[in-house]
Design a protein around this ligand. Structure first.
Ligand SMILES: [Fe+2]
Ligand SMILES: [Fe+2]
Length: 195
């Protein structure tokens, strides 16, 4: 078992992603490395997970649905209505196929980078946050979240809570469907914040 070298991952990504998607992955990788250092996680693992997280971002809806069906990934109505949401779990499965020795923690972080999961690992939290806060993001509130990330007393739990809250508000503000897992994750994060 060993993780692919970052350059090996880059070559594989460059063969499948658009230049803009590849650049996003590079920014997420850098941001994830910084968060890992900040919060005491494995920086190389975070950087690699950030690099690979959008392996399937450029797949079409038809490709995502076909792969999810072929691989037996559980799908709900929201996944079928918004196949883009599948790109995280499809990416995790495809990365595991492409790099058989890769750490399961990285695969898991890739799988949950859009919706999250209850009891997210620190690595999954870091990739989720890095994907949301990387420097090209411009949504309302991103500057406050980046400031929170830099504030010395902020915990990873607090940063995830604030980021996830912003994401849920955005989904509802746009009038979009809320994935059932999002409701579960949000309730778990509220419970974690209350504990
Ligand atoms: Fe993504
Ligand atoms: Fe992304």
């Amino acid at each position: 078992m060993s993780n692919p070298a970052a350059d090996t991952a880059r070559v594989a990504l460059a063969a499948r992603l658009s230049p803009s998607s590849l650049a996003h992955c590079e920014r997420v990788s850098v941001f994830a490395r910084g968060l890992a250092i900040r919060f005491g996680s494995d920086a190389d693992e975070a950087a690699l997970a950030g690099l690979l997280h959008d392996w399937s971002r450029d797949d079409t809806a038809a490709e995502l649905l076909a792969y999810a069906q072929r691989d037996g990934l559980p799908m709900c109505d929201v996944d079928r209505a918004v196949p883009y949401l599948l790109h995280a779990r499809v990416a995790a499965a495809q990365v595991r196929e492409a790099f058989p020795g890769i750490a399961p923690a990285i695969v898991d972080a890739i799988a949950v980078h859009t919706v999250g999961e209850v009891d997210m690992t620190d690595l999954s939290r870091i990739v989720y946050i890095a994907d949301m806060l990387e420097p090209s993001r411009t949504f309302e509130g991103v500057l406050e979240l980046r400031a929170l990330a830099l504030a010395p007393d902020t915990t990873l739990s607090q940063l995830l809570f604030a980021s996830y809250r912003r994401s849920v508000l955005h989904i509802i503000g746009c009038g979009r469907r809320v994935h059932p897992d999002t409701v579960r994750v949000w309730n778990a994060l509220v419970a974690e914040a209350d504990a």
